[in-house]
Ligand binder design. Sequence first.
Ligand code: DGL
Length: 273
Amino acid sequence: MDGRPIGVFDSGVGGLTVLHELLVTLPHEDAVYLGDNARLPYGPRPLDEVRSFALEIGARLEEEGVKLVVVACNSATAAGLPDLQRALRVPVVGVLQPEAHAAALATRNRRVGLLATEATVASRRYEELVHAYDAGVEVISVPAPRLVPLIEGPDPFGEETTEAVREVAAPLKEAGVDTVILGCTHYPIVRPVFQRAFGRSVTLVFSADETAREVAETLARKGIENDESREGAVRFLTTGDPDDFAEMGKRFLQLPVRHVERVTLAGVAPQAA
Ligand code: DGL
């Protein structure tokens, strides 16, 4: 039995979709979630900058005494997972590998599409990971820079989102993919919009579901689970404004977000209160 919390981090509130699945799968575990809202978004940034942010946050979560770190951000996983795994003493689980595995298993025609941020697409990590499972799978990648701001915007289910999803779905449909990796924390929020754009014959793979499974298995195999009869608690930390985090966080966690604490990281310029 291990009472230490699970550390989870993201560039902002998007990783709360991953936390949601973790809370459903592992309701007895405690968690500390850190959103780097002051430096959001990571998607348009160069990979080495995102990697340095991830290393800083990983070290901070280790100071909080976590037993495992979940990189609940596709861009940060794509940019920095191997470096984080080398730098931290605790196991680190990213969101790409579980999705790549699920996609390689699901595809029947061995044509897989990827929708993600510019950083994630530029890293080419999904291709490498899918090919580690099946080198014969063709991966067709499309960056979707419009989606994150729309999903965080005032009308996530509005016309503009539908139109932006259709735009990025078109080249993948044309390429005849039968499986699509939704490689960004924000996409589960508009799952029905993707389902309508791609239709029933295309399998959609989301990182939140796949990662929760991987974390549960990692805790079990290492024998570091908490007592199953208890109910876990969550602490929320942000480098940005705690009230904004709580407000936007509800949309992504789909549960109330309470008691958000502001944290300072060395690399983040202090914000006006
Ligand atoms: N969390 C990021 C990701 O999954 C999306 C938001 C951002 O660009 O920071 O790639």
